[in-house]
Design a protein around this ligand. Structure first.
Ligand SMILES: *[C@@H]1O[C@H](CO)[C@@H](O)[C@H](O)[C@H]1NC(C)=O
Length: 372
């Protein structure tokens, strides 16, 4: 059994730690004009964006060109340095879009949270802000006075599809939009826009929940339903069932916590979230109901059993549904969804087979001993 678990886990882990696809449009081939030549350039790994830059270490000034296709022609592109951490909150942002008069403008935003944007000063002085739009791509230029202490900076970039009354609207929450962050080493001239932290968090969330709600709990239910038939497996089936469900529940609660954390970072997936909350509530109820379980021959035991089956099967079905929803949100390669489908089919097949065997045993017992 331990071997099977290890295999399942390995399969799920492999699903989730795929490297993100690399952008390949090639910043080196981008010609920004003869008066816009930069020392370094890097294709950022998400949103088909690239960054060109020159760092003047004597002056502590960073000149950049950020090149990316906005989500729609009337949209915006943004690039930011986050001096306080990774991600959007705290980022000192330059955003380019078409202004009311039809000309491209660049505005700065001190982004403190996930609410509506308001144009504001940022922590760095900026000069030479300019932007162009051509052929579906926006190019944003600027010089940021970083000071001499910052040599490796956290960068965040983003694109959106619309601007309302001179304010960029919310961007999409696709995996690419959420992973667009990384670091920029000004002295070594490298950009490691791996976006590792955001993607990793979502992958960990996926692994924990797929393994717990999506695999362990169904396995635990199979233990209970089919081992029970064998008198020799009593009370072993009970301990197997309880251990499996408890481990599943604990891992599941950890996974649920990572989900809440993602939610608090502004990633909102309403249905997925509501199912997750329902699962956590029902799972918790199920654990506590264990302590209220009446004795085997107590007259209420029958009702307790009905309750336990109903909640248990609901959790399993919702758990599997939510794993599929999560896989869709993560937008991983189809083969990982296929892998989970295969795991579920194998479990389903085992359950069907055991169901048949159980019926055979029960019927044979009955025919041998009709009174039982
Ligand atoms: C940006 O906003 C934060 C939080 O409100 C504030 O502490 C900080 O001083 C602001 N930075 C600038 C340059 O205004």
């Amino acid at each position: 059994m331990a071997g099977a678990f290890a295999l399942l886990f390995a399969a799920i882990a492999a699903v989730c730690f795929l490297p993100p696809p690399a952008a390949s449009q090639g910043c080196k081939s981008q010609n920004l004009g003869s008066n816009r030549v930069f020392a370094s350039c890097s294709d950022l790994p998400h949103l088909s964006a690239s960054l060109h830059w020159t760092y003047n270490s004597a002056a502590g000034e960073l000149s950049i060109a950020f090149v990316a296709p906005p989500a729609a022609e009337a949209g915006w592109v943004a690039w930011a340095i986050n001096p306080t951490g990774m991600g959007m909150a705290g980022s000192q942002t330059l955003a380019a879009f078409r202004g009311a008069d039809g000309r491209m403008v660049v505005k700065t935003y001190n982004i403190t949270g996930y609410g509506a944007l308001k144009e504001s000063k940022i922590a760095f002085d900026t000069t030479d802000l300019a932007a162009e739009y051509a052929g579906g791509t926006m190019r944003m230029f600027g010089t940021v006075k970083l000071g001499k202490e910052m040599t490796v900076v956290n960068q965040v970039w983003q694109v959106g599809g619309s601007v309302t009354a001179g304010v960029p609207d919310k961007h999409a929450f696709n995996p690419d939009n959420l992973a667009s962050e990384g670091t920029l080493d000004l002295l070594r001239g490298v950009s490691s826009g791996s976006g590792a932290s955001g993607t990793k968090k979502r992958n960990i969330h996926g692994i924990l929940n797929a393994v717990s709600w999506g695999i362990l709990l169904p396995i635990g239910a199979i233990f209970a339903r089919y081992l029970k038939t064998f008198q020799s497996a009593d009370p072993a089936w009970f301990y197997l069932h309880v251990s499996c469900q408890l481990i599943g529940y604990i891992v599941g609660v950890a996974g649920w916590g990572t989900g809440l954390n993602l939610g608090s970072k502004g990633i909102h997936q309403t249905t997925h979230r509501n199912i997750g909350i329902t699962l956590f509530s029902l799972g918790t109820l199920q654990v506590f109901a264990l302590f209220l379980r009446p004795n085997k021959d107590h007259k209420y035991r029958f009702y307790w059993n009905i309750y336990h089956y109903l909640v248990g099967y609901t959790v399993i079905i919702l758990g599997i549904i939510n794993v599929f929803k999560g896989l869709k949100i993560l937008d991983t390669d189809q083969k990982w969804t296929t892998a989970y489908i295969i795991v579920i089919c194998i479990l389903g097949g085992i359950a069907l087979l055991l169901e048949a065997i159980t019926w055979m045993i029960v019927l044979r017992r009955k025919s041998r001993n009709p009174k039982a």
